[in-house]
Ligand binder design. Structure first.
Ligand code: ADP
Ligand code: MG
Length: 388
């Protein structure tokens, strides 16, 4: 993150010859930018994968408007996200998404306190579209820009005051379960994270998607598998529980996935719906047991480091699975923690979390230089910590 010793500067007008340096907005790390107290609404933009999303959230965390355009139809024929198609689709729809969201929120760009766009990690084409669009709005309207880390946006969602009374206080344990990430993280502040463990192979959502494919379910597999599992017998197949009761809180799903693949092969090419439902239910039960065990270990590790911690925050698309939520709620209760999961629509990718991450940073007086680039890889540990 670029944090030059820049001072407030007038932004270029259309009549000036603009150089890269002219575009560099002040990065006010740790300075009082006047945002504390009554903060203006922030526009959030999310384009890191296959959702084109925009939202406006005010300084108190109230969601003024939100919109998510899923690109499912564009990618479904290919059975997964095609990066080039994703980038072009963001390009095609983003400006309309933003315009409509602003209208719904009843605000103009001049009413905003800043623009926040996901700048990584994710698919580079989409990140460039959202990040550059956000910077364009910031330049044109003389607004501060925040380059949001997608993982941190998931991590901070629980602090939306509407989700938990007053917003989740630091420190808390984040169990991030998405299509691309599965991690246990101690969140101790904005920009402050300690990784306690994570997957050594597939992410949880990836495992759901791959097993769904083996069962010939439509993409994306997670929700389809959950639906099918409702009809099946979860004790029919004794699938392995990788990492169960191992020290630490690392996860692994490749062995479980292989066991499912072998079962599918053994039963034969023509699986009945009942057979597929039994496999789905047995797989889901194995995942839930593993996740509950890993979360319990992570909570123990969290307590060792931060004795006052008592909140388990679950985020990412897999957190919308009802069995996963139930398993993690029980695990939290067994450790004297409270489980907090955002509503289903805020579990998977959305722009509310991006706008809110922007609010969290701006009200601490931190915005980013306009030469901050999109980053396909951007681990949470690489984020700069904010001075409290
Ligand atoms: P990413 O940004 O990495 O794509 P998301 O947070 O958007 O992740 O979540 C998408 C992932 O969540 C996909 O792998 C999808 O299959 C999984 N998922 C979504 N809903 C469910 C569900 N009900 N049960 C299990 N997995 C789910
Ligand atoms: Mg996604």
């Amino acid at each position: 993150m670029m944090c030059g010793a820049s001072r407030a500067r007038r932004y270029p007008t259309s009549r000036r010859v603009v150089t890269k340096t002219d575009y560099r907005l002040p990065c006010t790390w740790g300075q009082d930018t006047g945002w504390k107290g009554a903060m203006k609404p922030v526009l959030g933009i999310e384009t890191s994968c296959d959702e084109t999303a925009a939202a406006v959230v005010d300084g108190e965390g109230r969601i003024l408007a939100e919109a998510v355009l899923s690109q499912l139809a564009e990618h479904a024929p290919f059975g997964g996200v095609v990066p080039e198609i994703a980038a072009r689709t963001h390009l095609r729809y983003l400006s309309d998404q933003v315009r409509q969201t602003m209208t719904k929120a009843g605000v103009t760009f001049q009413d905003l306190g800043g623009v926040a766009a996901t700048s990584g990690p994710g698919l580079i084409g989409g990140l460039i579209v959202g990040c550059q669009f956000g910077k364009g709005v910031a330049i044109a309207n003389n607004l501060p820009f925040v380059a949001v880390n997608h993982l941190e946006a998931h991590a901070l969602t629980a602090r939306l005051p509407g989700l938990t009374p007053g917003g989740a206080p630091f420190p808390y344990l984040l169990f991030l379960l998405s299509g691309g990430h599965s991690q246990c993280i101690a969140v101790t502040g904005v920009g402050k994270h300690e990784r306690l463990g994570g997957t050594v192979d597939d992410a949880a959502g990836e495992a759901f998607d791959k097993v769904a494919k083996l069962l010939a379910l439509d993409w994306p597999g997670g929700p389809a598998l959950e639906k099918l599992a409702k009809e099946g017998d979860p004790s029919r197949h004794p699938f392995p529980r990788p990492m169960l009761r191992r020290p630490g809180c690392d996860l692994s799903f490749s062995g479980l996935k292989t066991a499912v693949a072998q079962t599918v092969l053994r039963i034969g090419p023509e699986l009945t719906r009942e057979q597929r439902a039994d496999i789905a239910a047995s797989f889901q039960r194995a995942v839930v047991e593993v996740l509950a065990d890993r979360a319990a270990h992570a909570m123990d590790m969290m307590r060792d480091r931060f004795p006052e911690a008592n909140l388990l925050v679950v985020a990412g698309g897999v957190a919308s699975n009802a069995s996963v939520r139930a398993g993690l709620t029980a695990a939290a209760e067994s450790r004297g923690f409270r489980m907090v999961a955002p509503p289903v629509r805020l579990c998977s990718d959305n722009a509310v979390m991006v706008a809110w991450a922007g609010v969290e940073r701006l009200r601490r007086g931190w915005n980013d230089s306009l030469d901050t680039g999109a980053r396909p890889r951007w681990p949470l540990e690489a984020l700069d910590a904010l001075p409290e």
